[in-house]
Design a protein around this ligand. Structure first.
Ligand code: PMP
Length: 489
């Protein structure tokens, strides 16, 4: 690839004054001069010697120079050499109010002065109780019970086991199966993988998984039913109804990511789909599990994606942004009706619980994060940024290799294609998404692609200037493909 402009990229982050430093005005690469940690080289060695990174081909990783983060502030991550990167994916879609937010820092420190951890098995703790009450207040009406765990996958495991056991205890033991959407992603534990719909992630472990019925995803750019978005009248709902009709007797629940399928490529659903799914689930007596692990806490412009279509699921999974991206914490919320089915003799107990369930530090951070939403008008302040985001993304359509731009709130997925007209994909071996991301990295932006979909999901606290800068760098990094070497074409 012809990345000649690499060498003239100024140190953008200091220009923005994000760290309070004066613009250095020098070349970005030459800003990588301050070695902050004395044993940086050893850290790189030890990383390669001992760490096995998630979702990473370690053979490739061994050949690369790792970026090792030492500190961060606001939307800026800083590595052990003092190089800075805009956190363009909110540290894996979690961070909400920026790094080292004072209010959350203080809340965690204050909780540390009381107790770091005490078990929820047989005991309760103050922040867990307060947080449960607040989660019930802000989630769709009727979700009155909160079951904690510690990550998105476990929130989903809880939802799956809960829905199966609910029907069992309601006298319908045949309801054992699940319906999920193609391109769906719900985590990496086996139950969550069992309802996954991404071939490259989920196919391999199939022999270990239960038998889920996959319904077509409303992926309008690559419609599985070969329809046109303008005229299809949501034909995918008809297909889903067929599947429900055929399988409802044995189906406990349908699980979906409401409004946006994240890991599947930031597939934004057309209006009306979510509401349609809710109606069909009610019609066929199948529980609806809304996995809001990624979409929750403001990402889509509303507190929860379900709010966009006034949908109340039977079970809702939350994690990632629950405490601003500070600590592992998750919650699975459900209705009084489902909860009541678990009351009775010991056989009806929900035998599930993780050691760090309802962790006081995580809950204290979550309470502080909700304070910020309430007191600082986070969602109100977000709206002009979303407008700026939308306007700036429009410009990307002019780029030769941008096939589709899917976005909602402060989430975007830009699908890169070899041939725009034919929607022809690049050869996966070319790792075009990764090339763009590496280019953006050299210009001071950290991103992580999903194949050839460039994901943009900055913390909600990003300023308009930072957002503009982030998008400019990504634009230029994608534009670089136009002068790429022959091998891509
Ligand atoms: N559900 C969704 C929608 C997700 O996006 C993710 C993570 N990307 C998960 C579940 C799993 O969360 P975790 O990685 O915390 O287990």
């Amino acid at each position: 690839m012809d990345w000649t402009y690499n060498s003239v990229a100024p140190c953008l982050l200091r220009e923005m004054g994000a760290t309070g430093l004066k613009p250095c005005g020098t070349l970005h690469r030459t800003c990588m001069k301050k070695t902050k940690t004395k044993d940086s080289h050893l850290l790189e060695e030890w990383d390669k010697a001992h760490l096995w990174h998630p979702f990473t081909q370690m053979k490739d990783f061994q050949a690369e120079k790792p970026i090792i983060i030492e500190e961060a502030e606001g939307v800026i991550l800083r590595d052990i050499y003092g190089s800075e990167y805009i956190d363009g994916v909110s540290s894996m879609w979690c961070n909400i109010h920026g790094h080292r937010n004072r209010h959350i820092d203080q809340a965690v420190k204050a909780q540390l002065d009381k107790v770091a951890h005490s078990t929820m098995l047989g005991l309760s703790n103050v922040p867990a109780i307060r947080l449960a009450k607040r989660l019930v207040e802000i989630t769709p009406k009727g979700l009155n019970k909160v079951f904690y765990s510690d990550n998105g996958s476990t929130a989903v495991e809880v939802a799956l086991k809960m829905s199966f056991q609910y029907w069992l205890q309601m006298g319908l033991p045949e309801k054992q199966r699940f319906i999920a959407l193609e391109h769906g992603y719900h985590g990496d534990t086996l139950g969550a993988v069992g309802v996954g719909g991404i071939k490259s992630f989920h196919e391999l472990h199939k022999p270990l998984l239960f038998n889920t019925a996959l319904a077509p995803s409303p992926h309008c750019y690559r419609c599985p039913l070969h329809k046109d978005k303008e005229t299809c009248k949501l034909a995918c709902l008809e297909k889903l109804e067929e599947i429900l009709k055929k399988n409802c007797r044995e189906t406990a629940a349908l699980i979906m990511e409401p409004l946006v399928q994240g890991a599947g490529g930031m597939i934004v659903h057309p209006p009306g789909f979510l509401k349609g799914v809710r109606e069909l689930c009610s019609k066929y007596d199948v529980l609806l599990i809304a996995d809001e692990v990624m979409t929750g806490f403001g990402r889509t412009g509303r507190m929860f994606a379900c709010e966009h279509e006034d949908v109340v699921p039977d079970i809702m999974c939350l994690s990632k942004g629950i405490n601003g991206g500070y600590m592992p914490l998750a919650a699975t919320l459900t209705t009084d009706k489902i909860y009541s089915a678990f009351l009775g003799d010991r056989g009806k107990t929900f035998y599930h619980g993780h050691t760090y369930t309802g962790h006081p530090l995580g809950c204290a951070a979550a309470l502080a994060s909700l304070d910020l939403f309430e007191n600082e008008g986070v969602l109100e302040k977000l709206q002009p940024k979303i407008r700026l985001f939308n306007e700036s993304l429009n410009r990307f359509h002019e780029l030769k290799h941008v096939g589709d731009i899917r976005h909602i709130g402060l989430i975007a997925g830009i699908e890169l294609v070899r041939d725009k007209k034919a929607k022809e994909e690049f050869h996966p071996g070319n790792r075009v998404g990764q090339e763009v991301v590496l280019e953006a990295r050299s210009r001071g932006v950290f991103l992580r692609p999903l194949g050839d979909v460039i994901v943009i999901m900055p913390p909600l606290s990003i300023t308009a200037d930072e957002l503009t800068r982030l998008l400019e760098i990504i634009y230029e990094s994608i534009r670089g493909l136009e002068s790429a070497r022959e091998q891509y074409f």
